[in-house]
Write a protein that binds this ligand. Structure first.
Ligand code: NAP
Length: 548
């Protein structure tokens, strides 16, 4: 189902045994906050991360041009106004180093590092039914005994690799964008190839094109893309945003995708053609994802509306490049705007007007194999390269957990369960896996359809409340029942049924990973509605769960 290799950990030498109340997998945005919250709640907690530093996504994705496309004033923590006041964002859409610095700043400010074990991979987690505790084995030879196991392992954290035969034969350098080296890569005078034109590929292409001798972009699906309107923040901008701390926090939690915008323009059908045009133009000029998830909600579930908005975006994209041959290659026509994740770009389309950049249509002639001197496509051509960059994406939402042997009650293996069907309860727990809590997991908005910090913080808070409830009642364990899980899966599917996202092949539906069960990964009812469901469960004292 994924390209990760599970290891047999039964024969692994165990050097040390530690006991904790909770183990957190991952020290990115979610893991850092979960560590902070559980420590505040008085628990003995350990976070484990494979990296040498904190940051998760922002630690691993240090490829050229990596930049967030949620505005910094929503891509942040909301638990401390003092923290918010102590940090100054330099711009609206900061580059990777700044977001990584922010997360390091948070880790230092709250002294989180002392409870994080870096350079360590979790290999297996086994629920001991007699003790009602998790036994976590790491590649550093330790066994950790903990009551609670919390995955903050990230949704876009397991890169899709080994997709092409012959990669090991290539005599140049190969990089996956999500495993980019810390040292700068020298592209000077090099013939560089980039496979993939998602949000990552776009950023790489537009950034390195001026540095390389030649750039060959291997494209299977052309993306819709909106020109990013980045902006350096002045002291005045920052001061203004800081006074809006509580307002913006509330907006993010009450919106459809966790931003400070929402579908505030009414129904597309009720608007006049002129009103619609004005709204779309205004949001296009905003240069953010508001055109996608802050314009008209019907974009997501009404084919006729989606068709019209897609035509608007196509026209805008075409105006940028003008050349009919390039328009044919770069402007999508085979799926609707917003049904796959929309990237923001900075001169991406115009990059193809450069004489040193060429596009190769790998839908027409797929990549057959990597050869010693480049990439061979099905039309028999060899595209000669010195450097090959794989911007091929991730085994989203499930990949990080299916590469660990996670065994719940009755020896049930999560990887096996999810190889049949992706099922969770509220995207937070799984039947047969007591005391295992998930963030950004399938069937929650955070799996794919959310400004990540918004959903991660909400889920961390829900998990913390649940754990505190169990601790206060001196309870051993909590687990969703099968009925409860069936109900959530049915509700999720009902929400997904009307969504155009579910009908389009992309990582949103697992369509990018061979053999992965196909289901819309993210809950499509909205961040706001999802939060109400979760809050209701907590308010009822987790009544439907099996609690021992
Ligand atoms: P992605 O959207 O899944 O794009 C992967 C690209 O690789 C696609 O163009 C895909 O083609 C291509 N590809 C994959 N396997 C292939 C194969 N076997 N042969 C040929 N082409 C192949 O991955 P991503 O660009 O890394 O982005 C993933 C997500 O990360 C984004 O959607 C976004 O949520 C997040 N992200 C955010 C930012 C940001 O905030 N600025 C930046 C980067 C990423 P197909 O489309 O045809 O499958």
């Amino acid at each position: 189902m994924n390209n990760a290799t599970a290891r047999d950990t039964s024969a692994l030498p165990i050097h040390t045994v530690h006991t904790y109340d909770a183990v957190i997998i991952g020290a990115g945005i979610g893991g850092l906050y979960q560590l902070y919250k559980l420590r505040e709640a008085g628990l003995k907690v350990l976070a484990i991360d494979a990296g040498t530093g904190v940051g998760g996504t922002w630690y691993w994705n240090r490829y050229p041009g990596a930049r967030v496309d949620s505005p910094s004033h929503v891509y942040q923590y909301w638990f401390s106004e003092a923290l918010n006041n102590a940090w100054d964002w330099s711009e609206r859409f900061p580059a990777q180093p700044e977001t990584e610095r922010y997360l390091n700043f948070v880790a230092d400010r709250f002294d989180l590092r002392k409870d994080i074990q870096f350079s360590t991979r979790v290999l297996s987690c086994t629920f001991d039914e007699d003790k009602a505790r998790w036994q976590v084995v790491t590649d550093q030879g330790s066994l950790i005994d903990a009551k609670y196991l919390i995955s903050c392992a990230g949704t876009l954290s397991t890169p899709l690799k080994n997709l092409f035969e012959g990669e090991q034969d290539f005599q140049g350098q190969v990089y996956h964008t999500a495993r980019w080296p810390k040292q700068p890569v020298d592209f000077n005078g090099k013939r560089v190839g980039v496979v993939g034109t998602g949000a990552t590929g776009i950023q790489v292409v537009q950034t390195i094109a001026p540095q390389v001798a030649s750039l060959t972009v291997f494209q299977r699906t052309a993306p819709y893309t909106i020109p990013m309107r980045n902006q350096r923040y002045t002291d005045q901008d920052r001061a203004k945003l800081k006074t809006r701390f509580h307002e913006i926090k509330a907006l993010t939690r009450n919106s459809f995708v966790g931003f400070d915008f929402d579908f505030n323009h009414g129904s597309y059908h009720d608007a006049t053609p002129q009103d619609r045009r004005e709204v779309l133009e205004m949001l296009w000029d905003d240069g953010s994802l508001a055109l996608w998830a802050g314009s008209y909600g019907e974009i997501f579930n009404d084919e006729a509306v989606n068709k019209e908005v897609s035509a608007f975006v196509r026209q805008k994209m075409s105006e940028r490049i003008k050349d009919p041959a390039l328009i044919k290659q770069l402007v999508p026509t085979d799926y609707g705007f917003g049904t796959r994740r929309v990237p923001l770009d900075t001169g991406y389309l115009e990059t193809f007007l450069r004489p040193n950049v060429q596009i190769v249509d790998i839908k027409a002639a797929p990549i057959e194999r990597i050869v010693t001197n480049g990439v061979q496509t099905a039309d028999g051509k060899v595209h000669e390269l010195d450097v090959l960059i794989l911007a091929t994406g991730f085994d989203a939402s499930t990949g990080a957990l299916t590469q660990i042997d996670i065994r719940g009650r009755d020896g049930q293996l999560l990887r096996e369960e999810w190889s049949q069907d992706l099922r969770t309860t509220l995207g937070l727990m799984v039947h047969k896996f007591p005391n295992l809590f998930l963030t950004a997991a399938p069937l929650s908005p955070g799996a794919a359809l959310c400004n990540a910090p918004t959903c991660l913080q909400h889920q961390v808070e829900w998990i913390t409340d649940c754990i505190q409830f169990l601790q206060a009642g001196e309870r051993q364990s909590i687990e969703p029942t099968l009925t409860q899980q069936d109900q959530w899966v049915a509700h999720h599917d009902e929400m997904a049924a009307s969504s155009l996202l579910a009908k389009t092949r992309s990582w949103y539906t697992g369509g990018n990973v061979a053999g992965k069960p196909k289901r819309l990964l993210a809950y499509a009812g909205g961040v706001n509605v999802y939060r109400e469901h979760c809050d209701a469960v907590a308010a009822q004292g987790y009544a439907d769960f099996r609690i021992n």
